[in-house]
Design a protein around this ligand. Structure first.
Ligand SMILES: Nc1ncnc2c1ncn2[C@@H]1O[C@H](COP(=O)(O)OP(=O)(O)OP(=O)(O)O)[C@@H](O)[C@H]1O
Ligand SMILES: [Mg+2]
Length: 223
């Protein structure tokens, strides 16, 4: 039986008077790839940051492998990609890559495959959005953790690089990892076991990428 890697229970978050998340509940099992779809400004990035412990929720609970998400435990078991990824702007791409991959104990990074090799000598402040996204993906996805939480992993990537990321996500799934990501891209649904839809601060539908609710919602929102 698949264990529950991330339990999101009734998460509520306000910014001022605005309720952004209004009781979000979702389970992410080990070996599952789940994506979260929603319109802009619906709270996807807010939820990712709450799961990763980067911002506080107002109420509700997050459990990671059945435990409260406290440091340093969460740092060891959960890799997170925020959007946009944040690096030292005055350092070169290679310097950021070496620094963060050392801290996280990353595997050999796919700089060639990801098309990062020719941009290693640029300073991050001069690098393109796609290069910075690849830097973030390399460090996040080539770490060895149980859970991967990714905010917009496919945005700014060319189709070849998207396929490299999809292959890596499939490889992690085959190793029993739990992967949760946000996207606006329909082709990203190909690699998902389940899709959750966030609307009015709640998860409204959870189904397979082929289920009618998901297809209808996707077309209604994104067409
Ligand atoms: N720190 C903050 N202070 C005030 N409001 C915030 C803050 N962070 C996010 N918000 C607001 O919360 C809402 C949800 O933002 P969030 O970034 O989570 O949306 P999103 O679904 O990720 O959007 P997108 O698809 O554009 O990435 C937005 O209205 C945003 O302006
Ligand atoms: Mg966002």
């Amino acid at each position: 039986m698949q264990g529950i890697a991330v339990e999101i229970r009734g998460i509520v978050k306000h910014f001022g008077k605005r309720v952004v998340l209004d009781g979000v509940t979702l389970e992410i099992k080990s070996g599952d790839v789940i994506t979260l779809l929603a319109k802009n400004a619906s709270g996807k990035s807010t939820l990712i940051r709450i799961i990763a412990g980067l911002i506080k929720r107002d109420s509700g609970e997050i459990l990671i492998n059945g435990r409260k998400p406290v440091y340093p435990y969460i740092f060891k078991v959960l890799s997170v990609l925020i959007d946009p990824p944040s690096f030292y702007p005055h350092l070169k791409v290679i310097e950021n890559l070496e620094y963060f991959s050392h801290i996280h104990g990353c595997e050999k990074l796919p700089t060639e495959k990801l098309g990062l090799a020719e941009h290693l000598e640029k300073r991050v402040k001069e690098a393109s959005h796609g290069t910075i996204k690849k830097l973030g993906l390399a460090i996040t996805l080539w770490r060895n953790t149980d859970i991967y939480v990714l905010d917009e992993p496919f945005s700014h990537l060319d189709p070849k690089s998207q396929n490299v990321v999809k292959d890596r996500i499939n490889e992690l799934r085959s190793k029993g990892k739990a992967i949760f990501f946000t996207t606006h891209q329909q082709n990203a649904l190909d690699i998902c076991d389940k899709v959750a839809i966030l609307e009015d601060g709640k998860t409204k539908f959870i189904g397979t990428p082929q289920s009618k609710d998901i297809i209808d919602f996707f077309h209604g929102v994104f067409d």
